[in-house]
Write a protein of this length. Sequence first.
Length: 291
Amino acid sequence: MNLKFTSSVIAAPESYVSNLLKRTHPAVRASAIGLNSLFVLLSLSTNAFSAESNPKASSGLLLVCNKGDHTLGIIDPVAGRQVAAIPEDGITGAVIDPKTLKVIRSIPTDQDESHMLVISHDGRRGYTANVAPGTVSVLDLEAGKVLSVIPICRNTQRIAISEDDRWVFTADQTKPQLAVIDTAANKVANWIPLPGIAYGTAPTPDGRWLLVTLIKDNKVGVVDLQTMKVARTLEVPRAPQEIVVRPDGASAYVSCDASRQVAVVDLKNWNIEKLVDAGAGADGLAWAKGE
């Protein structure tokens, strides 16, 4: 089965970021950011690995970075289990096709510790969360240059973009709040107060909700993007890290580092549908659509 990625993200150790270029790109791509350069790597077909197949899973597979195992786990969401684990040789999520991996381009971020990347739906802009500098770099992906570096706080983590590309979100690690960046002005327009320190974020496809992992509280917050307030929280296993939402908006997946599990969230009934065993240090996630 050939797969292509339709949403991001994959995370890696602090000195790198692995991310999937999404939606506007016809092939699966990954990137790794070390210090202040963005390295874009070539694509894959999942024919490169051997796994137990489930015909019903042709609608998609879930990919999870198992930091403790240094593997890229392949989860069949229908069967509710990890069906394969691809060794990553120490850099979680950067390897996609071991036969064709090549660096084809680099884009500076002008900041250290660029840990996560999101891309606008038209593919023209990229935004990186720069951890220790506490900034977000705005990238012109066509010209291959930095447009702006936006001050956020003393330390920021992870990043997401709204479905209409109007807002970018990143989590303050010093206070329980999310920065809301106006992408037209390239500056922080608002702060969303939270019940705890946030980490990963992901919007729902209808643009109504933003899901937020509350890493120290073992919860997922649900932000109403119309009011920019937390509407509810859901309990999940220990140390929730990253979130990816299915393209159909039916479910979200939350990687839980300490429990070696991925929580499946039913977005209609707002409950935890099931827990799927992953690998040690389960973190970055991506959805791979079947073709």
